[in-house]
Design a protein around this ligand. Structure first.
Ligand SMILES: Cc1cc2nc3c(=O)[nH]c(=O)nc-3n(C[C@H](O)[C@H](O)[C@H](O)COP(=O)(O)O)c2cc1C
Length: 222
């Protein structure tokens, strides 16, 4: 496929000049406190305070997530924000026992889903290459891999964007995907990937931080 062809880099004069190079350089490195918020001190929350999360904040959250990169700008993720008690109660039958209480008590639960027919929007999302939709309509396997890979990335962007807004996130895969699809997504044809509880974490619900792999264990320098 031609995503990395010269066309992609060269056919956007208007977008290329949208941000001045000097401004880009200034924003390239974030300060130490951002590292702490996003990574060093960011934890997966299991317990929540009563502090609510407004719909305005959820819109702000999506407005950050949408700028995270996806291949051919395909943006396959779809997000269902369960911000009412009724909506979260509908989710309950699909949750594993260990995830039930923390999910029902979270101010918001996000179903991170993806649209298997994401390619229908490529003429809008990737307008400089009108062939892009055909890359996927002609190759079912590529379409499925692309939807899942990029939808998962966008779910990760959601976790970090939430932290950047002062929220805590509790990602979860302990649930029945088929049930969630049946309850919430059947009419749209979208598929669930994972869930993310959102709110303000109560530190009393945290376990001690688990170890991580060292550079030597996880990385190879070639
Ligand atoms: C995709 C994904 C699925 C997860 N599923 C669950 C889950 O079903 N239940 C749960 O309690 N924690 C779940 N977690 C939380 C992880 O156990 C947690 O992120 C990990 O142990 C690191 O914890 P920390 O962020 O506090 O360091 C999940 C995390 C991710 C990213």
């Amino acid at each position: 496929m031609g995503e990395t062809s010269a066309g992609e880099a060269g056919e956007h004069p208007s977008q290329a000049t949208a941000i001045e190079p000097a401004d880009v350089a200034k924003t390239r490195r974030i300060d130490g406190s951002a590292h702490d918020v996003l990574f060093n001190h960011g934890r997966s929350a299991n317990k929540w305070t009563d502090e609510p999360v407004s719909v305005e904040t959820l819109r702000e959250l999506y407005d950050l997530v949408k700028f995270g990169p996806t291949s051919a700008n395909c943006s396959p993720a779809r997000f269902l924000f369960l911000h009412t008690r009724e909506a979260r109660d509908r989710l309950a039958p699909a949750l594993s026992g260990g995830n039930l209480e923390k999910t029902l008590s979270a101010p918001v639960v996000v179903i991170v889903a993806y649209d298997p027919r994401f390619y229908d929007k490529l003429p809008t999302l990737f307008p400089h290459n009108l062939d892009a939709k055909n890359w996927f309509t002609s190759n079912e396997g590529l379409a499925a891999t692309t939807a899942f890979r990029n939808g998962t990335l966008q779910g990760a962007y959601l976790i970090l964007a939430a932290r950047s807004l002062g929220l805590d996130a509790g990602p979860m895969s302990g649930f029945d995907n088929a049930k969630v699809d049946e309850i919430f997504l059947a009419d749209r044809g979208w598929r669930s990937n994972f869930l993310v509880n959102l709110g303000h974490g109560d530190p009393s619900g945290l376990f001690p931080r688990s170890p991580r792999l060292s550079f030597e264990e996880a990385c190879i320098l070639l």
